[in-house]
Design a binder for this molecule. Structure first.
Ligand SMILES: Cc1ncc(COP(=O)(O)O)c(C=O)c1O
Length: 417
């Protein structure tokens, strides 16, 4: 595992790079959006060194989201696998059920500082939309969330929560009707209403979004450092996270980027095969390109257009990936792997039965890889997995897989009452 051999560390390069991460990143947007992005970038530079803002951010995380989240050993699974000791960072215990609320609180406080009244967001699994809706309700901001029609149908509970919280949820019928189409619809809204604040849900998009998302998510790794030292008596040997756009991965990885002893592994959605349209594995099977305002790896067809993606988990079903992760992959600092739909579903069941937690299907991809890695390591080694979300939102997907008959009976019962 190599580390940059100059005084510039990966950590400082990410936050001070003005949106450039090696050849990746940048800000490729219509002129009409440049003033809004420049205003946002300027505010982001200021708040990083503003103790009043930083205190308000930390206090809000603690007060409404219950930080620090738990750091939980997984003794039964570790024993069965017979290798390294597994721990999970339970981001699912956050208010609204996932790590997404970390960057929602940060960006919403920034929007308030800029005097914005209206928030635009996109969502895939619904977790970013749900967190945005909750924070907007609390801060008195108007909120519109775009969601691909396919995700709108398969993550229906989260649509309901967003609406209950007073947000407008707009289903998007274009393209593959997933996260990518929701991002495009949100950008269209922003072009028409540049005075609104686009609260993006991952470490993707034009500058300053990737670095800003990382800055608000890095609390996850900061807490892990202390918790792991206290509980395991050492730093992790491996940190593992699932990768959709990259926000929970940057959250857990950032703090350890300059520590060569900590191996970092991102796990993408291997879906149901390796053919186009069967997976969402950008870093293993994607091609360099510029899309949605940034330069990174994207799943593209032979003509350079964006290809269809597939994952059982809506949150990983996205065509692009953080330009920061693209750079760190090329650098060899982060290793990328795949887990299939089937492996993720099996991981949900193992963690439920052996450890008593219902984890999100997205997070389960990271666990599935950890289950393969652990038996190859010694008992002294420590693997920390980011449980980025809890799995209640996946009720209708996992129940269909594990108990289809009961689900159909329940659906009939609901229709008849
Ligand atoms: C629980 C959970 N984990 C992970 C992800 C993937 O996003 P990211 O790669 O930005 O963490 C999502 C996206 O919706 C999610 O809801």
């Amino acid at each position: 595992m190599q580390i940059i051999e100059t005084e510039t560390t990966y950590k400082s390069a990410i936050l001070n790079g003005k949106g450039h991460f090696g050849p990746y990143g940048g800000c490729y947007v219509p002129e009409v959006l440049m003033p809004a992005l420049e205003e946002m970038a300027q505010a982001f530079e200021e708040i990083q060194h503003d103790p009043i803002f930083l205190k308000e951010f930390q206090d809000t995380l603690n007060e409404i989201s219950g930080r620090p989240t738990a750091f939980t050993p997984l003794p039964r699974i570790s024993k069965r696998l017979g290798g390294a000791m597994l721990y999970m960072k339970n981001e699912g215990l956050n208010h609204t059920g996932a790590h997404k609320i970390n960057h929602c609180i940060g960006q919403a406080l920034l929007a308030k500082r800029l005097g914005k009244q209206r928030i635009i967001a996109e969502t895939g699994a619904g977790q970013h939309g749900y967190a945005t809706a909750a924070v907007c309700a609390r801060l008195g901001l108007d909120c519109t969330v775009y969601m691909g029609r396919k995700d709108y149908e398969r993550q229906r509970p989260n649509v309901y929560w967003m609406e209950l919280l007073g947000s407008k949820v707009v289903p998007v019928d274009d393209g593959s009707q997933t996260l990518n189409d929701a991002v495009i619809a949100a950008f269209k809204d922003w072009v028409a209403n540049p005075e609104s604040f686009y609260l993006l849900g991952s470490a993707v998009g034009p500058h300053p979004f990737p670095a800003m998302n990382t800055f608000f998510q890095k609390i996850v790794g900061e807490e892990i450092r202390e918790q792991c030292l206290n509980m395991a008596g050492k730093l992790p040997d491996y940190c593992i996270a699932c990768v959709g756009g990259g926000s929970n991965a940057m959250g857990i990885f950032y703090n350890f980027l300059d520590e060569a002893s900590v191996s970092l592994i991102g796990v993408e959605a291997g879906g149901k095969g390796t053919k186009p349209g069967e997976h969402a594995s950008k870093l293993k099977r994607g091609v360099e390109g510029i899309f949605e305002g940034y330069h990174s790896y994207f799943l593209q067809d032979g003509t350079g257009n964006i290809a269809a993606t597939h994952s059982v988990s809506a949150g990983l079903d996205y065509c692009g990936v953080s330009p920061i992760l693209a750079w760190l992959s090329d650098e060899g600092r982060i290793q990328f792997e795949n887990a299939s739909d089937e492996e993720a579903l099996n991981a949900v069941q193992s963690i439920a039965r052996e450890e008593g937690f219902i984890i999100a299907l997205e997070s389960a991809h990271g666990f599935a890889h950890a289950f393969k890695l652990a038996p190859t390591l010694s008992k002294e080694q420590v693997i920390v997995i980011n449980a980025s979300g809890r799995g209640e939102k996946d009720l209708f997907i996992t129940m269909r897989h594990f108990q289809e008959e009961s689900l159909l009976t329940y659906a009939k019962h609901l229709l008849n009452t």
